[in-house]
Design a protein. Structure first.
Length: 305
């Protein structure tokens, strides 16, 4: 099957497919990462999202290499994103960290490199208080060296973005943040768009953890009847409606699945359109609930939430 071409132009001039395959899992058999990437590429994903902190770049790289070897895709058909972890925020630490990621991925460049969080830590998790403007200079140097096509950030709030935009030579092309029907983030999304920064939704399904009983019944992807009616109308699933809702707001999405049928399902969202009223139904689920609150960084300088 041909790859999904539906893409958006970044301010760097590069094209990014609107849907990417997320690859984070707290617990997984390493082979699952490779397998998911292979299934994803076979299904038509051309955008893959990983990070050095996911400890899966080796396997993600194997999956990519296998599909290139089999002649299913060429490197230039793919859009690969990885991320700089918080313990490499010194200006001089960025390129070495990126080179390690490239080695694990078996690539000579990535399409997009992101500062994973605006906070910096050392290897004991202590606050290093490194200014992300310094980190950004390292990111810009990586572009100059040809190791990365575009650079961006993740988990930055509006104030942090404003500061970065003032001093950046290469503007951040995306801000990867949590967005889903229960965390709609309209204000930050509009701010990003106004500054030609593409919002990328992580945790786009927003599945609420069962460990949070106070949110019982709020997990719309699993059970919500109104969302179910919209899904039935288009012969889609609730998850596809959630992803479609984001795409229609001009937001790129990186859903993760290690289930072959869901990997395929999540990509199949480009043959229908939600009307205005259906978009407002999905909007109405917002409860500003964060699946990823980053609480371990809550006491750190530049904690964004
Ligand atoms: N920048 C950041 O700080 C940050 C933070 C979090 C995540 N991310 C990125 O964003 C990606 C996605 O976020 P996420 O993994 O937290 O959450 P997600 O993609 O919203 O949800 C993943 C979960 O949903 C299930 N699922 C997937 N498709 C489904 C479908 N069609 N129907 C029902 N359930 C479905 C998956 O199960 P199965 O795997 O069992 O199918 C998995 O349990 C990550 O993998 C990572 O690449 C970035």
């Amino acid at each position: 099957m041909a790859g999904k071409k539906i893409s958006i132009k970044l301010s760097s001039g590069c094209e990014m497919p609107l849907i990417g395959l997320g690859t984070y899992a707290r617990k997984a058999d390493p082979a699952q990462f490779r397998e998911a990437v292979e299934w994803g590429i076979d299904a038509g994903y051309r955008h893959i999202d990983t990070a050095s902190s996911y400890k899966n770049e080796e396997e993600v790289g194997e999956g990519i290499a296998n599909k290139i070897k089999q002649g299913i895709v060429k490197r230039e058909d793919l859009f690969i994103t990885t991320k700089l972890w918080n313990d490499c925020h010194g200006e001089k630490d960025v390129i070495p960290a990126l080179k390690e990621s490239l080695k694990r991925l078996k690539l000579d460049y990535v399409d997009l490199y992101l500062i994973h969080w605006p906070v910096s830590v050392n290897n004991k998790g202590e606050d290093m208080k490194i200014d992300f403007l310094e980190t950004w200079r390292g990111m810009e140097a990586a572009v100059k060296e040809g190791l990365v096509r575009s650079i961006g950030i993740s988990n930055f709030n509006e104030l942090q973005l404003t500061r970065l935009l003032k001093s950046a030579i290469n503007k951040p092309v995306v801000n990867q943040i949590e967005i889903n029907p229960t965390l709609t983030q309209h204000k930050l999304v509009e701010f990003c768009k106004k500054h030609s920064i593409v919002p990328v939704a992580y945790t786009p399904l927003g599945l609420i953890s069962e460990a949070r009983p106070e949110f019982n019944g709020k997990d719309i992807i699993k059970t919500d009847p109104k969302l179910g009616e919209i899904a039935d109308k288009y012969k889609k699933t609730r998850a596809q409606i959630a992803l479609r809702y984001l795409i229609q707001r001009g937001i790129a999405v990186v859903p993760k699945s290690f289930t072959k049928s869901r990997i395929e399902e999540n990509l199949n969202i480009f043959d229908f359109e939600l009307n205005k009223q259906e978009m407002s139904v999905v909007d109405s689920y917002n409860i500003d609930h964060r699946c990823v609150p980053g609480t371990i960084f809550a006491q750190h300088t530049n904690y964004p939430f």
